[in-house]
Write a protein that binds this ligand. Structure first.
Ligand code: AQP
Length: 337
């Protein structure tokens, strides 16, 4: 069966969103809007796989919604909602966790990274997270999932779960969704350590640019970003062993829409004393209007809630019949709903 193209993606409101979330996700979501049906979700049930202060989680969820809207997501064009408002996610999440295999979960590198040496003590939810993520995607029969590089393995697992469901029940029901990973900033790295992803939950605030940072803070963080003393080469090939430098060039390219090679060529022979102020200017130019729009939206949380509840109704209307069909396929008798 060919499935109608539909994009689904989500972001965890597990902290303030970062430049990594903007370049790896939000900016690209906005570019897809209008080309194909788009469904975007604030995945609060994923956020609670690690401890969240309840009041802060509410604040972060509204702030993440403001970030979507400020980045150009139009709730009239895209479905924008909160995961916990649509019960289809948890219901299908359980059903798919009975399809997924423990061995598959054991291979998930993000779990290993997040659990570290503490694997016995983390929540069961953190381990089962990829089955819920599969449900997020498959409850909409989404065909394409724009994500950063770090989420590729989870989308591939979703394909495996969809294929096993279709095979086990002899149906062609779920599409096998494709991860869509494109652009210069599919993996924005920490400003303090070029081997680590920029992450909203990194204990060091200096490691990331938050979408709520003001212009001075952005410039200061870029000025203090770890780099080396060498000048920039004429192309990216010369940055093979310089991860921090490579990261800053990639960020510049993603912000201006140039290729990383074009950025290198423009700054060839110049050191970071010249490059960093230029990068800060570009970053402030792109992020300041977004931050201003976020602040204006955050001044009216009731309006954000209204947009999210309207989005949840639209999401429910798509997902509920798909999950009802999945129940029927799995052999559950129809109940009152
Ligand atoms: N550094 C990054 N570079 C490019 N893309 C990124 N994404 C996240 N960090 C980067 C992409 O943003 C989307 C939403 O991610 P998420 O919030 O669901 O979770 P995450 O990938 O675990 O992001 P964080 O910031 O590291 O969150 P925490 O710290 O809570 O775990 C995804 O498409 C992701 O690829």
């Amino acid at each position: 069966m060919t499935h109608a193209p539909r994009i689904f993606s989500g972001i965890q409101p597990s902290g303030g969103l970062t430049l990594g979330n903007y370049l790896g996700a939000l900016k690209r979501f906005a570019e897809k809007q209008g080309q194909v049906e788009t469904v975007f979700c604030l995945v609060d049930l994923h956020a609670i796989t690690v401890w969240q202060d309840p009041e802060r989680l509410r604040q972060q969820t509204r702030e993440a919604a403001a970030a979507f809207l400020a980045s150009g997501i139009d709730p009239a064009q895209s479905v924008l909602f909160v995961q916990s408002h649509v019960p289809a996610h948890t219901e299908l999440g359980w059903m798919l966790s009975c399809v997924a295999r423990v061995g598959w979960m054991n291979r998930m590198t993000q779990f290993k990274d997040k659990a570290g040496k503490n694997a016995e003590a983390v929540s069961l939810g953190l381990y089962a997270y990829p089955a819920l993520m599969a449900a997020d995607i498959l409850a909409y029969k989404a065909t394409h999932v724009p994500v950063g590089e770090d989420q590729k393995q989870h989308v591939e697992l979703t394909r495996d779960i969809a294929a096993k469901f279709n095979h086990d029940y002899g149906v062609d029901f779920f599409p096998l969704p494709e991860p869509v990973i494109e652009g210069a900033a599919t993996r924005v790295m920490s400003l303090r350590d070029g081997s680590k992803k920029m992450s909203k939950s990194d204990p060091s605030d200096a490691s990331r640019i938050n979408l709520t940072d003001d212009a001075d803070t952005i410039a200061q963080k870029i000025r203090k970003a770890r780099t080396d003393a060498d000048p920039l080469p004429g192309s990216m090939a010369g940055l093979k062993d310089r991860p921090e430098a490579r990261n800053l060039v990639n960020i510049h390219a993603a912000l201006t829409g140039e290729t990383p090679d074009a950025v290198c060529a423009r700054f060839e022979g110049q050191g970071f004393g010249a490059f960093k102020p230029a990068l800060a200017e570009v970053a402030v130019g792109v992020l300041s209007p977004i931050t201003a729009r976020m602040n204006a939206l955050m001044a009216d949380p009731a309006e954000i809630d209204r947009i999210l509840l309207a989005g949840a109704e639209r999401a429910h209307a798509i997902a509920a019949p798909i999950v009802a069909d999945a129940r029927e396929i799995m052999g559950m008798i129809r109940g009152a709903r």
